[in-house]
Ligand binder design. Structure first.
Ligand code: ARG
Length: 508
């Protein structure tokens, strides 16, 4: 077919899956001397089989298949032919493309032309973010005052220097660092938290943090970084709870470990994707009567949930501190879809942390006792609580889940959303956010924005999948500056800091 420019076209039935045996041809023509520019904004075709594309898009005599990020194609002359072909096997979502005429001598009027062909705003050039996708907006930059130059030539914000994450790609931002008092210096110049010494993980990258360690299971003098066994002896190994190895002589590090597993898992949050059924079986939706999903929570035993204190603060209109206002839904996947697997529970009591500060959000944690115990099932399971010494290092990837808003001013999610985030160094968050990030908080997100928790996710879990697949509660959704804004990561209550408090009030 022939289309008028500018315009768009897509594979048949997009965004539904394309049918088998489709053969389509588009001829795009613009007045000479203009040329044609096509941008494939979504490109999800079957992967190649033995390097041969079975389903493909043919453009400029090239066959393209598989899943691609944004893809830009330019014509030589003023005409371009694009073909789409699918075979009889597996299908996928297909593609969505826009096209326009462009002047080859001025491909991006008033904008910056990325080497891979698309245009971006001039203000995004040399700002430390790879906006083009091929880094072409970040090379040959004169680094600004608040930036430094990587070994690769890229300019990055000073914030990322010495934060334990390889932002430059060549580690040059992590060499020659002045280490903080709670950090050790690796032989290669990198700084790693003192508490990551001798945890059997090579955080330095050169092994210096794992040299000269006593073997994990010997008892050592107790410090704030050692794990205390039931027999009051301490061991050096980091995060030994429920890791499948008996490290304490009395075996207490492997007791009470029926938590954090996902029997049903086979295989918004802003910028998240739909979770699978049973993927986060500790996730709870807390409803306020008449208002629907208001906060999240996590199952920690058959009678106790943990959530955020700020969810239970009264307003002039609603008495959120009243347990009878709330209903907890366990085993829920889609809001309002109450099938046989979903358990609906009322709340007997709400225990808000006595040190919760509504101005600073410090100690933003609460315990909820269910009116009657719940029976665990394939879609309802408790999450593991981390020991007070459990360490979730900077840079670690964790998951946040909830039915909160999909955009800062957007609607709430119907299906449970999940988003993968990274833990960010506290000092960095403190320089970026409007309020103080205390040592009882964890900061996580993406500094480029786009992925975050949002209103309605509060109280829900920040889940950390540990080496043996068991899942621990690293944090609780607490606060943020808006949602998913650039340079505004989200802030979570640090669960390990409240291990004692949880035990005191719930006996768990
Ligand atoms: N306080 C919000 C709530 O009540 C959630 C805050 C999380 N925000 C963020 N940008 N990570 O649901």
């Amino acid at each position: 077919m022939v289309l008028n420019q500018p315009g768009n076209f897509s594979s048949p039935y997009y965004p539904a899956y394309y049918p088998p045996r489709s053969h389509c041809t588009w001829t795009l023509k613009v007045p000479a001397p203009f040329q044609v520019k096509v941008v494939f904004r979504v490109f999800l075709l079957q992967d190649p089989q033995n390097r041969v594309c079975k389903d493909y898009v043919e453009v400029n005599n090239k066959m393209i298949c598989g899943n691609r990020p944004m893809l830009v194609q330019l014509s030589g002359g003023n005409e371009m032919t694009i073909k789409f072909h699918s075979d009889t096997a597996e299908s996928d979502r297909g593609f969505f493309a826009t096209f326009e005429a462009y002047d080859a001598s001025k491909p991006c009027p008033d904008e910056f032309a990325c080497v891979i062909g698309h245009c971006i705003g001039k203000d995004l050039v040399c700002d430390g973010w790879n906006d083009c996708g091929d880094n072409s907006d970040e090379i040959n930059c004169d680094c600004k005052e608040d930036q430094f130059q990587c070994g690769t030539g890229l300019c990055k914000s000073n914030f990322w220097k010495c934060d334990g994450v390889n932002d430059c790609g060549d580690n040059s931002d992590e060499a020659n660092c002045q280490c903080d008092s709670e950090e050790m210096k690796c032989a290669n110049g990198k700084c790693v938290p003192e508490e990551q010494k001798c945890n059997l993980v090579d955080e330095c990258g050169d092994g210096t943090d794992e040299k000269d360690c006593k073997s994990g299971s010997h008892s050592v003098p107790c410090t704030t970084y050692t794990y205390k066994c039931k027999n009051d002896l301490c061991i050096q190994k980091k995060n030994p709870e429920c890791d499948g190895t008996k490290d304490c002589a009395d075996g207490s590090d492997e007791q009470n470990c029926s938590c954090g597993s996902r029997p049903y898992k086979h295989s918004r949050i802003v910028g998240g994707v739909d979770a699978e059924v049973g993927e986060w079986p500790w996730q709870v939706s807390l409803h306020v009567k008449g208002y629907g999903n208001t906060c999240g929570a996590s199952v920690i035993s058959d009678r106790w949930l943990v959530s955020a204190a700020h969810c239970f603060q009264n307003t002039a209109k609603i008495k959120y501190s009243d347990p009878t206002m709330w209903t907890a839904y366990l085993g829920l996947h889609r809001q309002l879809e109450l099938n046989d697997h979903v358990m609906q529970k009322s709340i007997k009591q709400i225990i808000v942390n006595e040190n919760y500060n509504p101005q600073t959000f410090n100690n933003d944690i609460a315990l909820l006792e269910l009116s009657s115990p719940v029976t665990f099932s394939s879609v309802i399971q408790p999450i593991c609580l981390p020991d007070a010494t459990h360490n979730f290092p900077v840079g670690k990837s964790i998951w946040v889940t909830g039915w909160g808003k999909l955009r800062e001013d957007g609607p709430e999610a119907k299906v449970l959303q999940k988003a993968e985030l990274r833990i960010i160094k506290r000092q960095i968050c403190n320089s970026l956010l409007s309020s103080v990030v205390t040592s009882r908080m964890i900061c996580a997100g993406f500094l480029s924005g786009g992925i975050d928790a949002c209103q309605g996710d509060s109280g829900g879990p920040m889940s950390s999948v540990e080496k043996n697949g068991r899942v621990f509660l690293a944090g609780i959704v607490s606060w943020g500056d808006g949602c998913a804004r650039r340079n505004k990561p989200g802030v979570y209550t640090k669960a390990s800091k409240f291990r004692q408090w949880i035990a005191q009030h719930s006996g768990i």
